[in-house]
Design a protein around this ligand. Structure first.
Ligand SMILES: [Zn+2]
Length: 392
């Protein structure tokens, strides 16, 4: 692990770049923390935050580091949320993914866009706010997990339980995920679709391909089941959501022999669903649809719901964020519910939540990067949001 170069003072923290670089230099690939939360906690302590580090584990899952930091002890409490863990490096990098190099006005490194850059901008926005107008009239908190890119079992969800146990209230929350497809200011996320993963196994009877009547071919049944699932669209979209999708992700029999009918066949699919459905309603639908199409054939359906759909309807929080984005970038951001899921799915049970961060174009890819100008503008946007929030 590369140790951060030097301790960052409050004066240095008004610039998001040094902290972003220190965070990137910690190779915190889920579930490793690699010192990332210590780097952040030390910066936040410098600004006067009370930091609570929490480590959670659950049987069979790796232990995960989390941080809740709060500045001030009165309400209202504005929370910035995010994660310091990053996805694996993969291949194809032209630079060291953990060196945090600045090349052609871009900060390179795993996590630069998703989302260590945004965490540095949270911190810089608070540092500027303190420098200009002292302590907030209320509280500012950061809820940062090391388990967003992984199973998300020992992360945000458990921190929220810990907050609830202590009577800690969040009044509004902004998650700093990279929400902009190509340009800073394009898109705020006010919700996300739900996600369900399904695995189907069809059990047949193995046999000789020349004597199909003596076997029971599971592939034929599987084709019928998959056709039934994909024959019609799930819905045509709702007021705030695009249409739900069912995507087949694998069909597999693992059979190398041309003259053998295999004993079983397996398939996987993923459903991204809008607020027309719940994990439960889809489970019922899937069971009925498949039982019908199987027509007595033996199959097994295994379902995992990784998140329900949710939305914070357009209102004071999204207006505040939208206004701040326009003030800094001149853009009118779209309020969107597109894309994958995020930890906002847990936070929405605690308070209104929306998401705004950097440009996501290079996230999870080789040569992940964030433009230095975007880091500066994102800091300004977060600062405006704080000003608006505490002005009333
Ligand atoms: Zn992320």
């Amino acid at each position: 692990m590369t140790k951060p170069a030097a301790h960052l003072t409050a004066a240095a923290l008004v610039d998001p770049l040094p902290l972003a670089r220190d965070l990137i230099r910690c190779p915190s690939v889920t579930p490793e923390d690699a010192g990332a939360l210590d780097v952040l906690a030390s910066a936040l302590t410098e600004l006067g935050f009370q930091c609570h580090k929490m480590e959670f584990d659950e049987a069979g899952t790796p232990s995960v580091h989390n941080l809740y930091a709060r500045l001030g002890d009165s309400g209202p409490n504005f929370c910035f949320a995010g994660h310091t863990d990053v996805v694996p490096v993969g291949t194809g990098w032209t630079v060291d993914p953990f060196a945090a190099n600045v090349i052609d006005d871009h900060l390179y490194g795993r996590g630069a866009a998703d989302m260590k850059g945004a965490i540095a901008s949270f911190t810089a926005a608070v540092a500027r706010s303190i420098e200009d107008s002292g302590q907030p009239r209320g509280s500012i908190s950061l809820l940062i997990t090391g388990d967003e890119e992984g199973p998300a079992i020992n992360g945000t969800k458990k921190v929220l339980d810990w907050l609830a146990d202590r009577g800690e209230v969040l009044d509004a929350c902004l998650v700093g995920e990279p929400t902009n497809p190509t340009r800073l200011g394009e898109m705020i996320k006010i919700g996300r679709r739900g996600s369900l993963n399904g695995r189907i196994t069809v059990f047949g009877t193995q046999g000789h391909a020349a004597y199909p009547h003596l076997a029971d071919n599971p592939i034929t049944t599987m084709l019928r089941l998959l056709n039934a699932l994909t024959a019609e669209p799930l819905d045509s979209g709702t007021e705030t959501f695009q249409p739900s999708t069912l995507t087949l992700t694998s069909v597999d029999v693992g059979n190398d022999a041309t003259n053998v009918i295999p004993a079983d066949a397996r398939a996987m699919f993923n459903i991204r669903f809008n607020d027309d459905h719940t994990g439960e309603s889809l489970t019922t639908w899937l069971n009925e649809k498949l039982t019908d199409a199987a027509n007595g054939a033996d199959f097994d359906l295994d379902i995992q719901i990784s998140g329900e759909s949710f939305v914070t309807p357009p209102g004071p929080l999204s207006e505040m964020v939208s206004q701040a984005v326009t003030e800094v970038t001149g853009e009118t951001p779209e309020l969107s519910t597109s894309g994958g899921t995020s930890d906002a799915r847990f936070i929405r049970t605690a308070c209104p939540v929306c998401e705004f961060g950097l440009v996501g174009q290079t996230m999870h890819k080789a040569d992940e990067r964030a433009s230095i100008a975007d880091l500066e503008n994102l800091t300004k946007i977060y600062r405006h949001i704080l000003d608006h929030f505490f002005a009333t």
